[in-house]
Write a protein that binds this ligand. Sequence first.
Ligand code: SF4
Length: 300
Amino acid sequence: MDNMKYKEITCEKALNKLKRRVPYSWDLNIYRGCEHGCKYCYAMYSHRYMDSNDYFHDIYVKTNIIEQLERQLSSTRWKKEIINIGGVTDSYQPAEEQYKFMPEILKLLIKYKTPAIISTKSDLILRDYDLIDKLSRITYVNVAATITTMDEKLRKLIEPKGAVSNNRFEMLKAFRKTNASVGLHLMPIIPYLTDSYENIDSLFSRARECDVHYVLPGVLYLRGETRKVFFNFIKTQFPNLYNDLLALYKTGGANKEYKDQLYKMVNELRDKYSLSSSYTKPMKEKLSQREHKQLSFFDS
Ligand code: SF4
């Protein structure tokens, strides 16, 4: 486990209310810090508030998260709104093999009929298949995998502890047999590294084979600590790209000309494979089914 440290902490709340509805209102993160070690991780800023500056190795574990979650879900004020699980750090990162919080969280979501979005780069989520299957038959669940490249050599450099890309697709395929909606988060697309036609085409092609409900693409964004870590990585591993990337990223986002060209290609490929990029469509359908069921129950 190299020089990994798990630091146990407690939390006052399991669920945090988001300022903006996007379109979910609540966030749940078991861990702070993430072992997957993605070189573009936008959540590195969140360690600023902790007693550590090593986001990838000092992992804080909220040991009382189950009690706090039950306290919030059992409240009469709880409106069964969608919870985004792992919006900041991956809930199925390696620490979860040891702590096993997710099965308990899923049991509570089942008990309180609460919808959820779970996104991960780990196939450890398959351990909880039966619970997610059960939840998906009660309410809306979305299972999403972020996958950026089919080139394993490159994947190991940019997401060293994430699952093999193909295993992530197999995971999506497995969850397609439940009542959950499943999606590919094709993000971030990294200019000059993962933005080739061949790579994007092969990701869409695998997404089609797995019959996902949607593919959500997004280009790399860099700011603060993420920008520093990313450019250090490029300097060491891909020095020939350093200047071009620096020129492209004068600000946090790639320049407009690049983005216009990229999205033109991405949209063409999305259409080629007849895929949707709306993740709210399955959400609205499932939630309206839920409301319909509840209304029919009251009618009968
Ligand atoms: S899996 Fe997500 S949270 Fe974890 S390091 Fe990668 S980008 Fe960051």
